[in-house]
Design a protein. Sequence first.
Length: 248
Amino acid sequence: MKTSAFLVMLFVSLGFNACIAQTDKSPKEDMVSLFNGEDFANWKLPKGDNGHWKILDGVIDYDAESEAPLDKNLWTEREFKDFVLYIDWRIKATPYKNPGVPVILPNGMHKLDENGKEIRMVVPDSDSGILLRGQDKSQVNIWCWPVGSGEVYGYRMDATMPAEVRAAVTPKLLADKNIGEWNSFKITVIGNVLSVELNGMSVIENAALPGLPAAGAIGLQHHGNKNNGEWVSPPSLVQFKNIRIQEL
Protein backbone atom coordinates (compact mmCIF):
# COMPACT_ATOMS: atom_id res chain seq x y z
CA MET A 1 0.00 0.00 0.00
CA LYS A 2 2.84 2.36 0.86
CA THR A 3 4.47 1.65 -2.50
CA SER A 4 1.20 2.36 -4.38
CA ALA A 5 0.69 5.60 -2.49
CA PHE A 6 4.23 6.67 -3.28
CA LEU A 7 3.76 5.98 -7.00
CA VAL A 8 0.52 7.98 -7.06
CA MET A 9 2.22 10.92 -5.38
CA LEU A 10 5.12 10.66 -7.83
CA PHE A 11 2.85 10.72 -10.90
CA VAL A 12 0.88 13.67 -9.52
CA SER A 13 4.10 15.55 -8.85
CA LEU A 14 5.45 14.85 -12.33
CA GLY A 15 2.20 15.96 -13.93
CA PHE A 16 2.13 19.15 -11.87
CA ASN A 17 5.73 19.97 -12.78
CA ALA A 18 4.99 19.31 -16.47
CA CYS A 19 2.08 21.77 -16.27
CA ILE A 20 4.35 24.41 -14.73
CA ALA A 21 6.95 23.81 -17.44
CA GLN A 22 4.32 24.46 -20.12
CA THR A 23 2.74 27.56 -18.61
CA ASP A 24 5.45 29.34 -16.59
CA LYS A 25 8.01 30.53 -19.10
CA SER A 26 10.56 33.21 -18.34
CA PRO A 27 10.67 36.17 -20.73
CA LYS A 28 13.52 36.16 -23.24
CA GLU A 29 13.79 39.93 -23.23
CA ASP A 30 12.23 43.06 -21.84
CA MET A 31 8.96 44.44 -23.16
CA VAL A 32 9.31 45.73 -26.72
CA SER A 33 7.08 48.38 -28.30
CA LEU A 34 5.56 47.45 -31.67
CA PHE A 35 4.14 50.92 -32.32
CA ASN A 36 5.98 54.22 -31.86
CA GLY A 37 2.96 56.49 -32.31
CA GLU A 38 4.49 58.15 -35.38
CA ASP A 39 4.66 55.72 -38.30
CA PHE A 40 4.22 52.09 -39.36
CA ALA A 41 7.70 50.91 -38.44
CA ASN A 42 7.39 47.19 -37.46
CA TRP A 43 4.24 46.82 -39.59
CA LYS A 44 3.43 45.86 -43.20
CA LEU A 45 0.74 47.99 -44.78
CA PRO A 46 -1.56 46.06 -47.16
CA LYS A 47 -0.50 46.51 -50.77
CA GLY A 48 -2.88 48.96 -52.41
CA ASP A 49 -4.39 50.12 -49.11
CA ASN A 50 -4.34 53.75 -50.28
CA GLY A 51 -4.16 55.40 -46.86
CA HIS A 52 -7.07 53.81 -45.02
CA TRP A 53 -4.78 52.43 -42.32
CA LYS A 54 -3.19 55.59 -40.96
CA ILE A 55 -1.63 57.25 -37.92
CA LEU A 56 -3.95 59.80 -36.35
CA ASP A 57 -3.07 61.73 -33.19
CA GLY A 58 -0.55 59.10 -32.11
CA VAL A 59 -2.77 56.02 -32.62
CA ILE A 60 -3.35 53.52 -35.43
CA ASP A 61 -6.65 54.51 -37.01
CA TYR A 62 -8.70 52.48 -39.47
CA ASP A 63 -11.83 53.38 -41.45
CA ALA A 64 -12.57 49.82 -42.70
CA GLU A 65 -12.28 50.86 -46.35
CA SER A 66 -8.87 49.56 -47.40
CA GLU A 67 -8.54 49.34 -51.16
CA ALA A 68 -6.08 46.44 -51.01
CA PRO A 69 -7.28 43.81 -53.51
CA LEU A 70 -6.30 40.84 -51.36
CA ASP A 71 -5.38 40.89 -47.67
CA LYS A 72 -6.61 44.10 -46.03
CA ASN A 73 -5.29 43.29 -42.53
CA LEU A 74 -2.33 45.09 -40.96
CA TRP A 75 0.46 42.64 -40.01
CA THR A 76 3.68 42.86 -38.02
CA GLU A 77 6.88 42.50 -40.02
CA ARG A 78 8.21 39.94 -37.54
CA GLU A 79 6.86 36.54 -36.65
CA PHE A 80 6.46 35.46 -33.04
CA LYS A 81 6.25 32.16 -31.18
CA ASP A 82 5.34 32.38 -27.48
CA PHE A 83 4.56 35.84 -26.14
CA VAL A 84 2.55 38.18 -23.98
CA LEU A 85 0.96 40.96 -26.04
CA TYR A 86 -0.45 44.15 -24.55
CA ILE A 87 -2.64 46.31 -26.77
CA ASP A 88 -5.16 49.09 -26.18
CA TRP A 89 -8.09 49.43 -28.56
CA ARG A 90 -11.34 51.28 -28.94
CA ILE A 91 -14.35 51.13 -31.23
CA LYS A 92 -14.99 54.60 -32.69
CA ALA A 93 -18.57 54.15 -33.87
CA THR A 94 -21.25 51.57 -34.71
CA PRO A 95 -23.14 52.78 -37.81
CA TYR A 96 -24.08 49.22 -38.83
CA LYS A 97 -26.97 47.42 -37.12
CA ASN A 98 -26.18 43.72 -37.08
CA PRO A 99 -29.48 41.77 -37.38
CA GLY A 100 -28.06 38.32 -36.70
CA VAL A 101 -26.31 38.38 -33.33
CA PRO A 102 -26.93 35.13 -31.41
CA VAL A 103 -27.31 34.51 -27.69
CA ILE A 104 -24.13 32.56 -26.89
CA LEU A 105 -24.22 30.07 -24.04
CA PRO A 106 -21.23 29.40 -21.74
CA ASN A 107 -20.44 26.23 -23.70
CA GLY A 108 -20.12 28.25 -26.91
CA MET A 109 -23.38 27.04 -28.43
CA HIS A 110 -26.22 29.33 -29.55
CA LYS A 111 -29.42 29.50 -27.52
CA LEU A 112 -32.50 28.09 -29.25
CA ASP A 113 -36.17 28.97 -29.02
CA GLU A 114 -39.03 26.52 -28.43
CA ASN A 115 -38.94 25.55 -32.12
CA GLY A 116 -35.24 24.72 -32.09
CA LYS A 117 -34.27 27.86 -34.01
CA GLU A 118 -31.45 30.18 -32.98
CA ILE A 119 -32.50 33.28 -31.08
CA ARG A 120 -31.14 36.35 -32.87
CA MET A 121 -31.06 40.02 -31.95
CA VAL A 122 -30.22 43.35 -33.57
CA VAL A 123 -27.06 44.97 -32.17
CA PRO A 124 -25.22 48.15 -33.26
CA ASP A 125 -21.93 46.54 -34.25
CA SER A 126 -18.32 47.11 -35.25
CA ASP A 127 -15.91 44.20 -35.74
CA SER A 128 -12.16 43.74 -35.62
CA GLY A 129 -9.68 41.61 -33.74
CA ILE A 130 -6.11 40.56 -33.01
CA LEU A 131 -4.90 37.84 -35.40
CA LEU A 132 -2.45 35.35 -33.88
CA ARG A 133 0.43 33.57 -35.61
CA GLY A 134 -0.42 34.66 -39.12
CA GLN A 135 -3.92 33.24 -39.53
CA ASP A 136 -7.50 34.51 -39.44
CA LYS A 137 -8.89 31.53 -37.53
CA SER A 138 -6.95 32.33 -34.35
CA GLN A 139 -8.53 35.75 -33.96
CA VAL A 140 -9.14 37.36 -30.57
CA ASN A 141 -12.36 39.21 -31.35
CA ILE A 142 -13.12 42.90 -30.89
CA TRP A 143 -16.81 43.62 -31.39
CA CYS A 144 -20.11 44.65 -29.78
CA TRP A 145 -21.77 41.28 -29.19
CA PRO A 146 -23.25 40.74 -25.72
CA VAL A 147 -20.93 37.77 -25.17
CA GLY A 148 -18.05 40.26 -25.06
CA SER A 149 -14.75 40.75 -26.84
CA GLY A 150 -11.91 38.26 -26.48
CA GLU A 151 -13.58 35.17 -27.91
CA VAL A 152 -11.96 33.15 -30.70
CA TYR A 153 -14.80 32.96 -33.23
CA GLY A 154 -12.95 30.75 -35.69
CA TYR A 155 -12.58 28.00 -33.11
CA ARG A 156 -15.92 28.44 -31.33
CA MET A 157 -17.82 28.08 -34.61
CA ASP A 158 -15.77 25.13 -35.87
CA ALA A 159 -18.08 22.13 -35.45
CA THR A 160 -15.13 19.76 -35.91
CA MET A 161 -13.56 20.99 -32.69
CA PRO A 162 -14.16 19.14 -29.39
CA ALA A 163 -16.82 20.63 -27.12
CA GLU A 164 -14.22 21.59 -24.51
CA VAL A 165 -12.26 23.61 -27.09
CA ARG A 166 -15.35 25.55 -28.19
CA ALA A 167 -16.35 26.25 -24.60
CA ALA A 168 -12.86 27.41 -23.60
CA VAL A 169 -12.69 30.08 -26.34
CA THR A 170 -16.04 31.56 -25.22
CA PRO A 171 -15.63 34.60 -22.91
CA LYS A 172 -16.35 33.90 -19.27
CA LEU A 173 -17.75 37.39 -18.82
CA LEU A 174 -18.48 40.67 -20.60
CA ALA A 175 -15.57 42.98 -19.77
CA ASP A 176 -15.90 45.55 -22.58
CA LYS A 177 -16.20 49.23 -21.77
CA ASN A 178 -18.70 51.53 -23.48
CA ILE A 179 -18.39 52.24 -27.20
CA GLY A 180 -15.83 54.99 -27.74
CA GLU A 181 -13.86 54.17 -24.58
CA TRP A 182 -10.40 52.59 -24.57
CA ASN A 183 -10.03 48.92 -23.66
CA SER A 184 -6.88 46.94 -22.83
CA PHE A 185 -6.02 43.39 -23.89
CA LYS A 186 -3.35 41.19 -22.35
CA ILE A 187 -2.98 38.20 -24.66
CA THR A 188 -0.74 35.28 -23.69
CA VAL A 189 0.15 32.53 -26.16
CA ILE A 190 2.29 29.56 -25.08
CA GLY A 191 2.45 26.67 -27.48
CA ASN A 192 -1.14 26.34 -28.68
CA VAL A 193 -2.66 27.61 -25.42
CA LEU A 194 -4.30 31.06 -25.24
CA SER A 195 -5.27 33.25 -22.30
CA VAL A 196 -6.89 36.68 -22.63
CA GLU A 197 -7.41 39.42 -20.06
CA LEU A 198 -9.66 42.33 -20.99
CA ASN A 199 -9.51 45.45 -18.81
CA GLY A 200 -7.85 43.44 -16.05
CA MET A 201 -10.43 40.63 -16.07
CA SER A 202 -9.80 37.09 -17.28
CA VAL A 203 -12.16 36.30 -20.17
CA ILE A 204 -10.31 33.35 -21.76
CA GLU A 205 -8.15 31.07 -19.63
CA ASN A 206 -5.82 28.34 -20.93
CA ALA A 207 -7.84 27.65 -24.09
CA ALA A 208 -6.28 25.11 -26.45
CA LEU A 209 -6.16 26.11 -30.13
CA PRO A 210 -5.52 22.86 -32.04
CA GLY A 211 -3.59 23.39 -35.24
CA LEU A 212 -2.25 26.81 -34.26
CA PRO A 213 0.98 27.44 -36.22
CA ALA A 214 4.19 27.34 -34.17
CA ALA A 215 5.04 30.91 -35.21
CA GLY A 216 3.57 33.75 -37.24
CA ALA A 217 2.90 37.45 -37.51
CA ILE A 218 0.41 39.37 -35.36
CA GLY A 219 -2.37 41.13 -37.26
CA LEU A 220 -4.94 43.87 -36.72
CA GLN A 221 -8.06 42.72 -38.50
CA HIS A 222 -10.02 44.36 -41.29
CA HIS A 223 -13.75 43.67 -41.37
CA GLY A 224 -16.71 45.15 -43.21
CA ASN A 225 -17.79 46.14 -46.70
CA LYS A 226 -20.20 48.55 -48.36
CA ASN A 227 -22.86 48.25 -51.04
CA ASN A 228 -24.00 51.47 -52.70
CA GLY A 229 -22.32 53.46 -49.96
CA GLU A 230 -24.03 51.58 -47.09
CA TRP A 231 -22.38 49.17 -44.68
CA VAL A 232 -23.63 45.61 -45.21
CA SER A 233 -21.49 44.00 -42.50
CA PRO A 234 -19.89 45.28 -39.28
CA PRO A 235 -16.98 47.62 -40.14
CA SER A 236 -13.65 47.79 -38.32
CA LEU A 237 -14.04 51.37 -37.16
CA VAL A 238 -11.27 50.96 -34.60
CA GLN A 239 -8.12 52.50 -33.18
CA PHE A 240 -5.09 50.90 -31.52
CA LYS A 241 -2.27 52.18 -29.30
CA ASN A 242 0.24 51.09 -26.63
CA ILE A 243 1.14 47.90 -28.50
CA ARG A 244 3.88 46.04 -26.61
CA ILE A 245 5.14 42.48 -26.68
CA GLN A 246 7.29 40.30 -24.44
CA GLU A 247 8.60 37.12 -26.00
CA LEU A 248 8.70 34.03 -23.80
